[in-house]
Design a protein around this ligand. Structure first.
Ligand SMILES: Nc1ncnc2c1ncn2[C@@H]1O[C@H](COP(=O)(O)OP(=O)(O)O)[C@@H](O)[C@H]1O
Ligand SMILES: [Mg+2]
Length: 258
């Protein structure tokens, strides 16, 4: 199958600190890939290299190549802002724009992208909120602030905001770690629905979650503290959790370390 994302030889630095080294992997369209591994092994850093957010951190720098379909994301003349439109991101803590209404939160990205008629905006906002399984809960209070919603609702609002601009890829960095179990299940169900339309890459510290939501799982690890994180293996999720190729993966998933 054609690859949506094709990473080769990706190394990322914070100043002189090499955080991740020589990562290569591919991601197929309309799939969910989970990143697992101990804290500090570079999962978030690697995720942020996939939409050029890593370089926003002072000293943040990348070597290697990331292809999104036929586009070299670090190629000359590529606008990082347009990359972030194609590769959206959802963060650990729901971060709706606090002073904006629910409607405006979802419309925010669209408004940045150009001019829409009011009716067009309303259509996309409704479609996105439906896509994020939030419409029924908020349709009667679209003009109330997004910050008035529960944590789980705020996270779905952030997902609605992210999908409103129709990205190819959705990156999620521990999107459920601040949520209660019910809200977590709602997001997991949603991920299953969203993968019909989007390619999803999710970092999770919860291995049951990785097993539940993902098609493929990538295990990252560090040889020692201070060493760069590396991709140890990536495979079908079922295989990673039943019969991984590498002993370190086996040790991690069976809870022997990390
Ligand atoms: N903003 C930053 N500045 C400097 N070093 C950072 C920054 N963010 C992360 N790091 C370092 O990069 C490495 C990987 O971190 P991170 O990507 O957050 O790992 P993970 O998400 O797997 O816990 C760690 O050594 C961490 O200290
Ligand atoms: Mg992280």
């Amino acid at each position: 199958m054609a690859k949506r994302i094709d990473v080769s030889g990706l190394t990322a630095y914070y100043g002189s600190h090499k955080a991740i080294e020589d990562i290569s992997m591919t991601v197929e369209p309309r799939s969910v890939t989970a990143f697992i591994g101990p804290s500090g092994c570079g999962k978030s850093t690697f995720l942020r290299t996939l939409n050029r957010m890593h370089e926003v951190t002072p000293g943040g720098r990348v070597e290697g190549k990331v292809m999104l379909d036929d586009e070299d994301l670090y190629g000359t003349g590529i606008d990082p802002v347009s990359v972030r439109r194609e590769v959206g991101m959802v963060f650990q803590r729901p971060n709706p724009f606090p002073t904006m209404s629910i409607f405006d939160n979802v419309a925010a990205g669209l408004r940045l992208n150009g001019s829409y008629k009011k009716s067009e905006l309303a259509e996309v906002v409704e479609k996105s909120l439906k896509g994020a399984n939030l419409w029924n809960e908020v349709k009667d209070r679209l003009n109330k602030p997004g910050s008035g919603l529960s944590g789980g609702q705020q996270q779905r609002l952030c997902i609605a905001r992210a999908i409103a601009v129709e990205p190819k890829v959705l990156l999620m960095d521990e999107p459920c770690s601040a949520l209660d179990p019910i809200s977590t299940l709602a997001i997991e169900d949603l991920i299953g629905e969203l993968k019909e339309r989007f390619t999803i890459v999710i970092v999770t510290h919860n291995m049951q979650q990785a097993a539940r939501v993902s098609d493929r799982t990538a295990f990252f690890n560090l040889a020692a503290v201070g060493q760069p994180g590396k991709l140890i293996e990536i495979d079908e999720t079922e295989r990673i959790f039943s019969n991984p190729s590498v002993q370190a993966t086996e040790d991690y998933i069976s809870g022997r370390f990390g």
